[in-house]
Design a binder for this molecule. Sequence first.
Ligand SMILES: C[S@@+](CC[C@H](N)C(=O)[O-])C[C@H]1O[C@@H](n2cnc3c(N)ncnc32)[C@H](O)[C@@H]1O
Length: 300
Amino acid sequence: MSSSGDLAADRRFDLAMQLRGRGDVAAAADVMSQAIALAPRWAAGRFALAETLAMAGETTASLAAFKAYLELDPSDSMGAAARIHLLAGGDVPTFSESYVRRLFDQYAPRFDRALTERLAYAVPELLRAMIDRTLPARRFARAIDLGCGTGLVGAALRERVDWLTGVDLSPGMIAEAERKGAYQRLTVGDIVTTLAGERDLDLALAGDVLCYVRDLAPVFAAVDRALRPGGAFAFSVERGDGAAVTLGPGHRFQHGAALIHQLAGAGGFSIAAEQTARLRQDGGKEVIGLLFILSKIDQK
Ligand SMILES: C[S@@+](CC[C@H](N)C(=O)[O-])C[C@H]1O[C@@H](n2cnc3c(N)ncnc32)[C@H](O)[C@@H]1O
């Protein structure tokens, strides 16, 4: 956590965090308010206060504090819009690039251990098995891994692809992916922007990334333009309901099967394979997802 720039505010904040750690959230919120009164322009402190007020059940005060945070950090790098939505409802927000980048830059050094050792992360192997079953004889000359992260999907697919590009918003995740050596090219950037520069790809992969993207239509359109006819789009989503997009308590978007079918039909894809599976754990619970392989229809 950054410093407020005011020693007395920092001391009170540290005490508040200790109280919070011991479960005394009401006292923590009280002491944290005192810290913020001393450093009113400290965005990260205000966010923590808003979180603590929410934990204490002070919803109205928490919403006010999240809104005050947003005035200090309009780029919303800490994800206040999502918290406001989960507390008060209303339109499902998008995630800002700075939020995704910050989240995964922080997570990058411990991502692989956390996901594989503690969270039973299964998406890379599930995608690989699904591609092996559905397209057993296909060799992929050129592929892109969208939201490649530390490269777990690239490592799982490496033997089936000749030239693999990875793209991710987080430089920290890209630095970890570089160490795996599974990619011929790695780029820091957004999925849709990067796809705009790609043509005639044989395969696009998106493992556990579309849960950070509210609107999938631009992604599907960009993948459609970048694939050659007959090319495949293999991805996972967290399972939602029907055609609506929802934001889950884990701060990830959930997309329903009906929505994916709609987008595939509208975008010139046929569904080559579809599967429901356990993606990983979150807070001790299984996260259930949908995996798809879409095939770009040759419209000649
Ligand atoms: C949960 S990780 C999954 C990483 C990897 N695909 C895997 O299966 O291990 C999600 C990744 O997607 C990236 N990401 C999210 N939204 C993105 C976007 N719009 N453009 C590029 N990368 C994005 C994040 O930075 C993060 O590294």
